[in-house]
Write a protein that binds this ligand. Structure first.
Ligand SMILES: CC(C)(COP(=O)(O)OP(=O)(O)OC[C@H]1O[C@@H](n2cnc3c(N)ncnc32)[C@H](O)[C@@H]1OP(=O)(O)O)[C@@H](O)C(=O)NCCC(=O)NCCS
Length: 244
């Protein structure tokens, strides 16, 4: 049975925006024109979603979080309260000759947040940047470099302070290049590119790297994006060196 989206009367959702089944949009949240929000998402009070932004299924955008275009959030992403996903690397209100800037005066750049990642409260992601799968950005961090999959980053500027697993809890060392999740018991292996779940030892595949909520994209909303693609239309926007 399909459950229609629940949109609070005080929310401001543009008629051209697409909001998926089962999604809840709370008071004073704003979804701009041509934005697409997937199924079973929750947009908190005062959350802002810019024009054309792509949000996958089962995402949570907490109160007063600001998601500026052309951001892309894959499935299962958490954006903490008052977190900001920027889109202008060198912001100015006016041009050098003092004219008020309009859209033609700057290039919007994107934040790509990969599947299952979480951005903590009041964190700022400075576009263009990619937050890796299942990564965790600590509260108050300022992310200026790409974050590897499963990385735990904190501080200003954000630096990796550890690894986290699918449960979002810091992994514990389990021998050379190996890490364990103290909550799920899952094991992870370190690779030159970062961390990956070690399927050779995981029995239960319910929510692992290869079997995630993103499986069926009947609505073709947000598929898998390779590193650095940033968005369906392949605008180049990542910063090569990572937040190590
Ligand atoms: C980073 C975080 C996940 C904790 O990870 P942890 O591994 O349990 O970290 P610990 O508490 O053991 O702290 C480890 C170190 O990181 C530091 N640290 C923890 N959180 C930090 C943050 N947000 N920014 C900067 N440093 C931080 C701690 O001070 C500690 O450093 P120290 O040993 O020099 O004191 C947590 O602090 C955090 O920021 N969670 C996000 C909360 C949030 O935004 N929730 C949103 C819903 S409301």
């Amino acid at each position: 049975m399909t459950v229609p989206a629940t949109i609070h009367a005080d929310a401001d959702v543009d008629p051209t925006a697409d909001v998926g089944e089962g999604t809840k949009v709370w008071h004073l949240a704003q979804i701009r024109q041509d934005a697409r929000v997937g199924r079973d998402c929750v947009l908190g009070r005062g959350a802002y979603v810019g024009p054309g932004v792509r949000i996958g299924n089962q995402c949570k955008i907490q109160n007063y979080a600001l998601v500026y275009e052309p951001a892309v959030l894959e499935d299962g992403v958490f954006i903490g309260p008052a977190a900001v996903l920027t889109n202008d690397q060198n912001p100015r209100a006016v041009t050098p000759d003092g004219r008020l800037k309009d859209e033609s005066d700057w290039n919007a750049v994107a934040v790509l947040v990969r599947r299952g990642a979480a951005v903590g409260a009041r964190a700022v992601c400075v576009a263009p940047v990619t937050i890796g799968r299942w990564a965790l950005v600590a509260a108050g961090a300022v992310v200026t470099r790409d974050v590897p999959d499963f990385a735990l980053v904190a501080g200003v500027p954000a630096r990796r302070i550890g690894w986290v697993g699918h449960a979002g809890v810091r992994l514990v060392p389990a021998g050379p290049g190996r890490w364990n999740c103290p909550v799920t018991g899952r094991q992870y292996a370190q690779t030159p590119a970062g961390l990956t779940e070690d399927h050779t030892v995981t029995e239960d595949h319910t929510l692992t790297e290869d079997h995630t909520v993103t499986e069926d994209h009947a609505d073709g909303l947000v598929g898998e994006h390779g590193p650095g693609t940033g968005q369906c239309d392949d605008q180049p926007r990542n910063r090569s060196s990572s937040a190590e």
